[in-house]
Design a protein around this ligand. Structure first.
Ligand code: EPS
Length: 379
């Protein structure tokens, strides 16, 4: 992040989530309804826990806008946690009851390393901030950044391609232009038959006290050529995007274009040949996923990411009580059994953050009008 800055705050069961975004150009109309729409998409998906029945995430704007138009000053937003009412006694920032401690870490969660690192005997002090609820605040940032792009015809979409061992076959994946139809599937998979098998797999895991991970794909269409740069490692678009995607809890990997399959093929079948189509330079394939040398190359940006199963299990794994030093089973509490559909919505939105950062670095401008003038000259 070079020009844009943001920071989120908020515990999962605290009073609110909040975020401050700085570096956006002035003069852009932010649609709060669109932010709320993205927040709603994040809350949906088969496999979510009962928390989603309590919350209806809605953003409140505190600063940075006047009559919905950006001022060039920092934007500040909050989302109130409705569930705080039920957690006041335990989570009140000033007067909380802290006598009831949780001391049995869940394998795979931030619990154990967090307790050691922050020297606490109560893993609630770790899990509250490690919770994926924080991604609601990042949806706000992503959704605002995405609106700048949608204003100029650049579109974002995502689909879920695998949950547990159930995956959509490559042949059944529709063209990117129709990925938005995935929103009609409870698991965000564009194939009806595979969707149902994914739902069945999640139901089975739920019944068995287990959880499932999976894989999703994100696409961005109509990006200009030259976002990112080969000249510095942290200006490569691959590196800029990856840090945002790997920053989503439980995401273990990201792969652009053909991904790990590039290892199986010779260069002649990996790289995307140039050709002339309707008088313009074009490609016969897009195996690189729209990025070469760390720069957008005019093809669709395409990547996949893998999410591990959620570590809170209703049939818990073995653990050790750090209070007594005795072997027992891990802490359990209300949780999702599969959050891959939600993670795909988060990824789709946060991808807009490094892209807008790269766009503003390339085209500059203190006002959106000025940025657009520079962009249009380059077309
Ligand atoms: C989440 C809110 C959480 C969980 C989930 C994501 O709510 P609660 O902990 O009150 O049930 O549903 O968090 C996790 C999966 C996790 O590991 O913490 C949300 O808003 O996304």
């Amino acid at each position: 992040m070079k020009r844009l800055q943001f920071i989120t705050a908020g515990e999962s069961h605290g009073p609110a989530l909040s975020v401050i975004i700085h570096g956006l150009p002035a003069g852009f109309h932010v649609k709060v309804d669109d932010i709320n729409h993205q927040l709603k998409r994040r809350q949906s998906g088969f496999g979510r826990g009962d928390r989603m029945k309590i919350e209806t995430d809605q953003v409140e704007v505190l600063s940075g806008l006047r009559n919905s138009i950006t001022l060039g000053s920092p934007l500040a937003f909050i989302i109130r946690n409705r569930d705080f009412e039920n957690w006041k006694e335990i989570m009140d920032p000033l007067h909380a009851k802290t006598s009831k401690k949780i001391s049995i870490p869940r394998p795979g969660h931030a619990d154990y390393a967090g307790m050691i690192k922050y020297q606490t005997d109560d893993l609630r002090n770790i899990l509250e901030r490690a919770s994926a609820r924080e991604t609601a605040a990042r949806i706000i940032v992503g959704s605002v950044c995405r609106q700048f792009f949608e204003d100029i015809g650049i579109s974002f979409s995502s689909i879920v391609t695998q949950i547990g061992t159930v995956s959509i076959s490559e042949n059944d994946i529709p063209p990117v232009s129709s990925w938005q139809q995935a929103d009609t599937s409870p698991v965000r998979c564009p194939d009806l038959f595979t969707s149902q098998r994914m739902i069945d797999a999640i139901s089975k895991a739920q019944k068995e006290g287990d959880s499932l991970g999976g894989i999703f794909k994100v696409a961005v269409q109509h990006l200009p050529i030259g976002l990112g740069s080969h000249t510095q490692w942290n200006e490569r678009l691959t590196s800029m995007i990856s840090s945002h995607i790997l920053g989503i809890p439980a995401i273990r990997g990201i792969a652009f274009g053909l991904g790990f399959d590039v290892a199986n093929l010779p260069g002649s079948r990996v790289h995307d040949p140039f050709t002339i189509k309707e008088g313009k330079i074009s490609r016969t394939s897009n195996n690189c996923g729209g990025i070469e040398g760390g720069m957008s190359n005019g093809c669709d940006l395409l990547f996949s990411a893998v999410m591990k199963p959620i570590p809170t299990l209703t049939k818990p794994l073995s653990s050790v009580d750090l209070q007594t030093g005795k072997e027992t089973v891990a802490h359990k509490e209300r949780t999702d059994s599969c959050a891959v559909p939600a993670a795909s919505v988060v990824a789709e939105n946060v991808t807009a953050i490094p892209l807008l950062d790269a766009f503003l670095l390339k085209y500059g401008g203190d006002s959106w009008g000025e940025t657009l003038k520079h962009w249009k000259v380059s077309l």
